[in-house]
Write a protein that binds this ligand. Structure first.
Ligand code: ADP
Ligand code: MG
Ligand code: MG
Length: 211
């Protein structure tokens, strides 16, 4: 992990282009079992981040993550905005007075995911983006324990995200709008799981290419 957030503009750009490329697909997923606005919500947040990316990249990691979280909270409507905002703000808190490296990133990400779980009162198996984020947090920790190389690390994180995303297909939703549909949600991947998987894989690729 780079010690400073100078890659933030490329990371935001990577996440935004992954969403752009799959915009129709993700919109169709949210239309099938939600209200269809998920891509628009994300794009509002990613546009706001892109505008501030240069100035955010001049901060230290805790301040940068805090700023990212605040920006997402204030720019994204929808459930996903406050949830992602909570994740990044908690990550910033966890990294306070610590250097950025892979063990501390794994720890901070896990704490961010815990904060998101608390905020949305949701956990694994409820057909949300947590079905991607929780396995990714586990993969980050396990990669640290086994001292993987960067390419292996990226590969394992991306695989965990993809398996988590796919796991939502056969779930009944118990949180969010899809929960109103009961069994009719079965057979559809959750939009937030797909978008978080796309963004995580894109971010991991940028990090691998630049490290
Ligand atoms: P909204 O549902 O308000 O229209 P979005 O469409 O932007 O907001 O986001 C919907 C996504 O948010 C869902 O696909 C799901 O992955 C995620 N989500 C909804 N509720 C929760 C929750 N309580 N915890 C975690 N993720 C959630
Ligand atoms: Mg929606
Ligand atoms: Mg909505």
């Amino acid at each position: 992990m780079p010690a400073t957030p100078h890659l933030i503009p490329s990371l935001v750009q990577g996440a935004a282009s992954a969403i752009q490329t799959h915009a129709e697909e993700v919109t169709a997923l949210d239309r099938a079992i939600g209200d269809g606005d998920h891509v628009l919500n994300l794009q509002r947040g990613l546009d706001a981040l892109a505008k501030q990316a240069e100035s955010i990249s001049a901060l230290d990691w805790p301040a940068a993550l805090q700023k990212i979280g605040m920006t997402l909270m204030s720019s994204v409507g929808g459930a996903s905005g406050s949830l992602y905002g909570t994740l990044f703000i908690a990550m910033g808190k966890a990294l306070k007075d610590r250097e950025m490296n892979r063990p501390n990133l794994a720890e901070a990400f896990a704490q961010g995911v815990e904060a998101m779980k608390a905020r949305g009162k949701a956990d694994l198996g409820e057909k949300t983006m947590l079905d991607v984020l929780i396995p990714v947090a586990d993969a980050l920790r396990s990669a640290v324990e086994r001292s993987l190389s960067v390419p292996q690390w990226v590969d394992e994180v991306s695989r965990a995200a993809e398996a988590g995303m796919e796991s939502t297909r056969d779930m009944i939703a118990t949180k969010g709008r899809a929960s109103f549909l009961g069994e009719r949600a079965i057979g559809h991947v959750d939009a937030g799981a797909r978008s978080s998987q796309l963004m995580i894989s894109a971010i991991a690729e940028v990090l691998a290419a630049k490290s």
